[in-house]
Ligand binder design. Structure first.
Ligand code: SAM
Length: 274
């Protein structure tokens, strides 16, 4: 899909679903896992008591920023998204919660054309943003642009879909007698070889990866469909149980369920100033 088509898609969902989580995902349980993984990663980097500055690009209607602000009340958050309706929704939640600008701000921006006066942050986050760029070259370019807004010694956390783990998940489906799935036409999953090679150019070092969604995705996309004629059922009680178990286990040990989740967390450190 071309870039305008991708933007149109997100604009449609923003208008249809407003402040609801559904504007940015069909997966309530997957979102709970993403937020948990982000919180654990940030806590391990900076703890909860510091006053860190965080930027999320592709923030949608602000779900991550609001959740992280609850968990890290001393941090300040900036959310940017290229769909004005997403940002209007984020701002309306902000005013409902009566949150001041010092704690959280939102603005309209395309990751490929970030504002020239955008600050430098302790931490920059993407969560299923870069998979909306339709070539790997553009994804690498965007990582370079984002990395310019990370302080030296600061971090960039990307939660993005990977072909590596998606292929493993699909292999499990095929072994179970199910057809392989294909990504949405508005998504291009990470080609990790190219992406990881591109990190060095952005002066980023890959410190860690986490497969926080493996058990969840095996249950949602393989095991439940094996039992019910191939249907992916987001509301199946086992999916919620897998989510709860994953969160509990991950608090003690990460990556316990293999590499079958389509979302991966990439923790990167900025090595030097630009
Ligand atoms: C899958 S949603 C994720 C939203 C949010 N990160 C979350 O996890 O809840 C992807 C978001 O990225 C935004 N987006 C896609 N391409 C973008 C671009 N080039 N620049 C800025 N935002 C973009 C979309 O408008 C959408 O809100």
């Amino acid at each position: 899909m071309d870039l305008q088509g991708i933007k149109d898609h997100w604009q449609t969902w923003a208008k249809e679903y407003g402040t609801d989580l559904r504007a940015t995902t069909k997966g309530v349980t997957a979102k709970a896992l993403e937020v948990d993984a982000l919180c654990r990663c940030i806590e391990s980097l900076y703890g909860a008591d510091a006053a860190m500055k965080v930027l999320e690009v592709g923030c949608g209607n602000g779900v991550n920023c609001f959740k992280l602000l609850e968990r890290f009340p001393k941090y300040s958050f900036t959310g940017l998204d290229f769909v004005p309706e997403m940002i209007e929704s984020a701002k309306s939640v902000k005013s409902e919660l009566d949150l001041p600008d010092e704690r959280i701000t939102f603005g309209v921006a395309n990751v490929m054309e970030l504002p020239t006066d955008l600050a430098v942050y302790d931490l920059v986050i993407t969560d299923r943003l870069l998979i909306n760029l339709n070539t790997t070259a553009l994804q690498v370019e965007a990582i370079g642009k984002l990395a310019k807004h990370v302080k030296p010694g600061g971090h960039m956390i990307m939660i993005e879909n990977s072909t590596t783990t998606y292929d493993r998940q699909n292999r499990a489906r095929v072994l179970a007698g199910l057809p392989a799935r294909t990504p949405y036409e508005f998504n291009l999953f990470f080609d990790e070889k190219e992406i990881i090679a591109g990190l060095a150019k952005a002066k980023l070092e890959l410190v860690d990866t986490e497969d926080f969604g493996s058990l969840h995705d095996l249950v949602l996309y393989v095991l439940v469909p094996m039992l019910n004629g191939g249907v992916v059922d987001y509301d199946h009680p086992l999916v919620k149980a897998a989510t709860d178990l994953s969160i509990a286990v991950s608090a003690e040990e990460k990556n316990s369920f293999g590499s079958y989740g389509q979302n991966r967390l990439y923790k990167c450190r900025k090595l030097a100033a630009d």
